[in-house]
Design a protein around this ligand. Structure first.
Ligand SMILES: [Mg+2]
Length: 238
């Protein structure tokens, strides 16, 4: 055995083996760009504005309702559709109307994504127009085969298993040949249950029902975790 093979065989030191993966599924917000750039905070703030205007609540109360809907229905939008019958298009247009000037092109990430063999997708609980704006700002717009947004999944969002079944059916892919990347650990549970390889983006943010704390049950659904998507992609065996 050569020195390099011995090195690879030592537990914990081998490059993660992704040679089985032919479908690369990426969440968008706080996954393809860093969670601390303030972009998603703008969206969250506009979600609160929307709820406040809709309900006549003051902002603090509207934010509590927004978070409660998120916890209960998976997205604030799904909660507002279920409980208030709102028009999703009006909501999506409003909350995603944000300033992207803090987002820089990321040629290193573009190179890392471009080397991935097979098909690449975006799977977001947000909307397609927002995804395309983000991808353009990052310089990634030419690298993906499809964008699955909240409409594609019939307004049933991640982490609901039906959302994953919808995209698997749409792409005609074998889940055990897919890898999924998401900054919200809870979104990886159904992906892993379907047989996907899962990668949690550790952002340090607190968005989501579990924040930085992941329950023991969910930890079993995370195959890999990283705080640096580009370095991770450059380090895997493909
Ligand atoms: Mg995200």
């Amino acid at each position: 055995m050569t020195a390099s093979l011995r090195e690879q065989a030592r537990p914990g030191s081998a490059a993660p083996d992704f040679r089985h993966v032919r479908h690369w599924i990426f969440d968008l917000d706080n996954t393809l760009y860093r969670g601390d750039c303030g972009l998603f905070a703008q969206i969250e703030s506009r979600m609160t504005d929307f709820v406040a205007t809709l309900t006549g609540m003051e902002r603090g109360e509207a934010k509590r309702l927004q978070k409660e809907l998120y916890r209960q229905y998976g997205t604030t939008l799904s909660g507002l559709m279920a409980t208030r019958g709102i028009d999703p298009e009006a909501y999506l247009g409003f909350v995603h109307d944000i300033d992207l000037s803090s987002l820089q092109a990321d040629p290193a990430l573009a190179r890392a994504v471009a080397r991935l063999p097979g098909k690449r997708y975006i799977f977001t609980n947000g909307c397609r127009h927002h995804a395309q704006r983000i991808l353009s700002a990052l310089g990634l717009e030419h690298l993906f085969d499809a964008v699955w947004d909240i409409r594609t999944i019939g307004f049933i969002p991640k982490p609901d298993r039906r959302a994953y079944e919808a995209v698997v059916a749409d792409a005609g892919l074998a889940a055990d040949q897919a890898a999924m990347f998401d900054d919200i650990a809870h979104n990886l549970v159904a992906a892993r249950a379907l047989g996907m390889t899962t990668i949690w983006l550790r952002t340090g943010g607190d968005y989501g029902p579990h924040g930085g704390e992941i329950s023991l049950a969910e930890q079993r659904h995370i195959d890999h975790e990283t705080a640096d998507l580009t370095a991770f992609l450059n380090g895997i065996g493909i």
